[in-house]
Ligand binder design. Structure first.
Ligand code: NAP
Length: 327
């Protein structure tokens, strides 16, 4: 099969299209013919091997697992003897970040708990855009307790992979949603159902009088003190991504800051979850949440796709498609 491999850490230029053996399913595995895969921040971090601590698990001298790609959508071609949930021919999607990655290839094997049936109304390209970003958005929104109707929720970094799901999910839970993004993505944020959109190049939401029950930090680099100012008493700031200092502060000092400030501050590290993915499937099937695919690239153009994403040009997700020319 064809796959994109990296044999050393570096930029997109270290990736090579190679012909390698198809992975064979173990007794608990599902073998999937990948039709589409999507890019996530995790792929860029692993490719570079940065932050350096990451190499403790990804390989000290070089990458232990040479094929990146967490999010996949495709068709089941074979199943191991102990697999009960899927059979050959099923269209599936899933997040392999907890199971060795490997999605930037024509075939991949994964345990069945990494997968769910693909919502029928989604194309493979749309489905590949969902698992990691969608589940992260869901778990982050729940990180402050359940989002309830009438709550004021602000999503900082609303126009990327995680943010576009977070805006739609918060809306579907009945919250009043404020999306923070750059000028050229304002219309996108409105189209996703945001009640208010703040263009961060024009306005600093932490300086306005509006207060929020939940601030979900997906991107951006404001200090936690600024978010605190924009929270209602008893509100919650959940940090999922963005600048490293704010992530570290929320992780290490979140409990102490929560006690001192009378609001809750926490970091969320999302975990792949078949239950959460299946929950999303229901909303996707109902059309309440729609994946935002900015652009598709063929597998051989993965380096260009990574550069495009890193430039911050994408609205929503960047997707890789497989050609399956045989073999
Ligand atoms: N905690 C977890 O488990 C977890 C899981 C997945 C991802 N993450 C993290 O979450 C973050 C977002 O991931 P993603 O997949 O959504 O990335 P993405 O698709 O690349 O989205 C990035 C978006 O952030 C926006 N942005 C960039 N600079 C900004 C700024 N200064 N202020 C506000 N928005 C800004 C950009 O939109 P504009 O052009 O509108 O600025 C861009 O569309 C990353 O830091 C990633 O590492 C965490």
């Amino acid at each position: 099969m064809q796959a994109m491999l990296y044999r050393r850490y570096g930029g997109p230029e270290v990736l090579r299209l190679e012909t390698v053996a198809e992975p064979a399913p173990g007794p608990d595995d599902v073998q999937v013919q990948v039709h589409a895969a999507s890019l996530n921040a995790a792929d860029a971090y692993l490719l570079k091997g940065e932050p350096a601590l990451l190499r403790l698990s990804s390989g000290l001298r070089g990458p232990k697992r040479p094929i990146l790609g967490a999010d996949i959508a495709g068709r089941v071609v074979a199943v191991g003897g102990r697999v009960t949930q899927f059979q050959p021919g099923d269209a599936v999607y899933g997040d392999l970040s907890g199971f060795g990655f490997g999605g930037f290839a024509e075939y991949v094997c994964a345990p069945e708990r990494a997968l769910a049936l693909k919502p029928e109304r989604l194309s493979f390209e749309q489905a590949a855009a969902v698992p990691l970003a969608g589940v992260t958005a869901l778990q982050a929104l729940r990180g402050g307790g359940p989002v309830t109707a009438g709550q004021q929720v602000l999503v900082h970094g609303a126009s990327g992979g995680v943010g576009t799901f977070a805006v739609q999910l918060a809306r579907s839970f009945g919250a009043t949603v404020t999306a923070v993004c750059s000028t050229r993505k304002v219309e996108l944020a409105r189209s996703l159902g945001a009640d208010h959109v703040v263009d961060y190049t024009q306005e600093d939401f932490t300086q306005s009088d509006r207060r929020y029950d939940l601030i979900l930090v997906v991107n951006g680099s404001r200090p936690l003190t600024a978010y605190r100012r924009a929270l209602r008493p008893g509100g919650c700031c959940v940090v999922a991504g963005g600048a490293i200092p704010q992530i570290l502060t929320a992780t290490l000092l979140g409990p102490a800051l929560s006690l001192a400030w009378g609001v809750s501050v926490r970091n969320v590290l999302a975990q792949p979850s078949q239950t959460d993915l299946t929950f999303l499937s229901g909303l996707l099937e109902a059309g309440e949440v729609v994946p935002v695919v900015d652009r598709c690239f063929p597998l051989r153009e993965l380096p260009e796709a990574l550069r495009y994403r890193a430039a911050g040009l994408a609205s929503g997700k960047v997707v890789i498609t497989m050609e399956h020319t045989g073999g």
